[in-house]
Ligand binder design. Sequence first.
Ligand code: F6P
Length: 321
Amino acid sequence: MSKVIGVLTSGGDAPGMNAVVRAIVRCGLSKGHKILGVDRGYEGLMNNEIEEMKSHSVSDVIGRGGTILQSARSKQFMTEEGVMQAVNVIKANSMDALIVIGGDGSFKGARELAKKGINVIGIPGTIDLDIDCTDYTIGFDTAVNTAMEAIEKIRDTSSSHNRCSIVEVMGRNAGYIALWCSISGGAEITLIPEKGEPDFKDIANQVAENKNMGKKHELIIVAEGIGKTAELAEYIENETGITTRATILGYLQRGGRPTAIDRIHGSMMGSKAIDLIDSGVYNRIVALKNGDYVDIEINEALNMKKDINEEMYRVAKALAY
Ligand code: F6P
């Protein structure tokens, strides 16, 4: 039976979101469904910014960063009136289901819609990798690769000048981007929120000790959830006499051409969402678990709390020895 399926991207954009949208459109059309693209996330949904998508609507987008549907963080949608407004728009457009591509906050929004009887499917799209129900979130690989390239450039100049460099990467309250950047970028010290507040004195001692051991440069990766990057740089320089520079990578990590990993997982997850809707299965989050694309009930998915990978953290420390 042909269904009307809405799709939106919400929260912070992530490279690979376009691959997801493309898969939803093309796989949905191939099964005879009608696809409605909602612009600007929940904000656009409340304002009925909706257009039917055809195959050509997603031509040439798989390699593009950002999201062709655009995104927003909507305060109004977080109110009861906002949710009801969205419900009315969904009904007025005769949508049988709405696919939400985004992070935790976006899924909480989807859960509110589900409570009002709307059929929803969530697809994890965030560079932060902070959603527990899935081993992968679209955008993470591209963000890590972008950050790693930037970190390598900082290492070059740091080595030339025998400096200590502190690089802050994104991740909101999660340390995954930082941990992966540390291992792939060869950091001496990794500071992530999951490990609590860092002790500046210990860090300065370690930097001094590393220099005595003959290290040419010092690279410290700080997760956004720790912050205090400029303060730490000043402290280390004052304590050790080693010139220390801080760099906050910021939004460059959110843009750029998605890697193959993001395009493949994005395409597979988009297709999985269509399969679920096709079989009448709703209110699920699509996830990657142990190499398989699976789906988890939305409340269950939102109740899980992601911890850091302890083994990776241990290895990151050992590699800095
Ligand atoms: O969730 C993705 C992310 O880039 C986080 O890493 C960061 O904390 C946040 O979004 C920034 O949000 P905004 O785009 O609203 O400034």
